[in-house]
Design a protein around this ligand. Structure first.
Ligand code: CO8
Length: 374
């Protein structure tokens, strides 16, 4: 490709509220005790399963997560509610997801030294949008005063990288001069805080990137995108059945299967080799090997997954400098994890350094970008 396409800006918005593992576990365990007391007879008769206790030590060992940020803490730890309180806003008010998208987007624009008139398209790429239409991207576009077009796209944990792929292609094709890709991951409303297997996994965040041609760049810290690579393979091992069909099929629209649920062990076993092979092939397409990579901004779901992928690629554990970890503080933030890692850990790279941005998750889906510091 003759035209060089670059990431010229990155933005990160972090919620002000934190839930530590200890707080989360204390709330869940009280909920479990109350549940077991309330349903003691049915549990004794084998009609219901007792809820086992959760443990902060298990969570940190099994996942590496120490805490998570949350958009609205109220309600999530209240054992009579176990979900955040996020009041509905009127049609004329800014939606919550657009609000956090804007916060990350303005940072990315400022990092790229861009004005709204420099941007031709807005992509909101994330695991969920809070409504079907009008698109969150169009709401953000209107607030920022961007001309052109915007659209939302959902690819679960790979939404951010898949969105950046689309931006790259649009700039390469000349259909947009510059694209703002935003990942407002407001996932806490979909977390089942009454399920010990998954209550600890997720946190809220928003990230954004600006992708444009090198010809129009106005910032100093720029990464050329050498190429993008995506793969998907159907799996039911990570699933949420929540959707607009609930109104028609008369099932409980809030039952456990309508929230995030997974077969975590299977995901671990199947996705790690897929991701390692994917990355090796992507690098090989540039005549590169994993040892040529200065930094891995890997998907942030589970520290043990990243350690295993690092070992498969490098034959040894990657250092924290090579593959920075943010999931200890942020937890799994759906598609935004690798972009958080990029936002927090890119300033020390020098011209010519090669990096890999990669996400993987539900679908299954894997997306990667091989980039080089200009
Ligand atoms: N406390 C104490 N014990 C626990 C807990 C807990 N909180 N949870 C589970 N246990 C128990 C289990 O019940 C089990 O007990 P037993 O052996 O008696 O059956 C034992 O601990 C071991 O359980 P697991 O086998 O499940 O434990 P693992 O060591 O495999 O760790 C993990 C569980 C951390 C979930 C791990 O399997 C993992 O991370 N797998 C990868 C999952 C992953 O990356 N998924 C990606 C999902 S995200 C995504 O794709 C985006 C979706 C869209 C966003 C959704 C937003 C809401």
């Amino acid at each position: 490709m003759s035209k060089k396409i670059v990431i010229s800006g990155v933005g990160l918005w972090t919620p002000e509220h934190v839930i530590t593992n200890d707080e989360l576990v204390a709330s869940y365990n009280s909920y479990a005790d109350k549940y077991n007391e309330e349903f003691a007879e049915q549990i004794a008769a084998g009609k219901k399963d007792a809820k086992p206790h959760s443990s902060a030590a298990f969570i940190e060992k099994a996942s590496g997560i120490k805490q998570r940020f949350i958009y609205q803490k109220e309600g999530a730890l209240d054992i009579s509610r176990m979900r955040p309180v996020i009041p509905e806003r009127g049609d004329e008010e800014l939606s919550q997801q657009a609000e956090i998208a804007l916060a990350a987007a303005t940072k990315a624009l400022s990092d790229a030294n861009k004005q709204p008139e420099d941007i031709d398209a807005v992509i909101v790429a994330c695991a969920y949008t809070q409504r079907a239409y009008p698109a969150i991207a169009i709401e953000v576009q209107e607030r920022l005063g961007i001309k052109g077009f915007g659209f939302d796209m959902l690819v679960a944990c790979s939404a951010a990288t898949f969105g950046m792929h689309r931006a790259y292609e649009m700039v390469a094709a000349g259909t947009a001069r510059a694209v703002l890709v935003i990942n407002p991951e407001l996932v806490s409303p979909q977390v089942n805080y009454t399920d010990r297997d998954s209550h600890f996994i997720f946190g809220d965040v928003a990230t954004a990137t600006v992708i444009e041609s090198q010809e129009t760049v106005a910032s100093d810290e720029v990464f050329e995108i050498l190429s993008t690579k995506a793969v998907t393979q159907f799996s039911n091992n990570i699933r949420s059945n929540f959707g607009y069909m609930s109104r028609a099929h008369d099932a409980d629209p809030y039952s456990a299967d309508k929230l995030f649920h997974q077969a975590g062990r299977k995901v671990f076993k199947e996705v790690c080799p897929m991701a390692a092979n994917h990355l090796e092939e992507h690098l090989a397409s540039h005549g590169l090997t994993p040892t040529d990579v200065r930094r891995w901004w890997l998907h942030q779901a589970n520290i043990n997954m990243n350690l295993l992928i690092g070992k498969k690629l490098l034959g040894r554990e990657a250092t924290a400098d090579e593959a920075p970890v943010v999931l200890d503080q942020y937890a799994n933030t759906a598609s935004a994890g690798s972009v958080i890692a990029l936002a927090l850990h890119h300033k020390d790279l020098v011209a010519g350094d090669v990096g890999v941005l990669c996400s993987f998750g539900a679908g299954y889906s894997i997306g990667s970008l091989v980039i080089r510091r200009c």
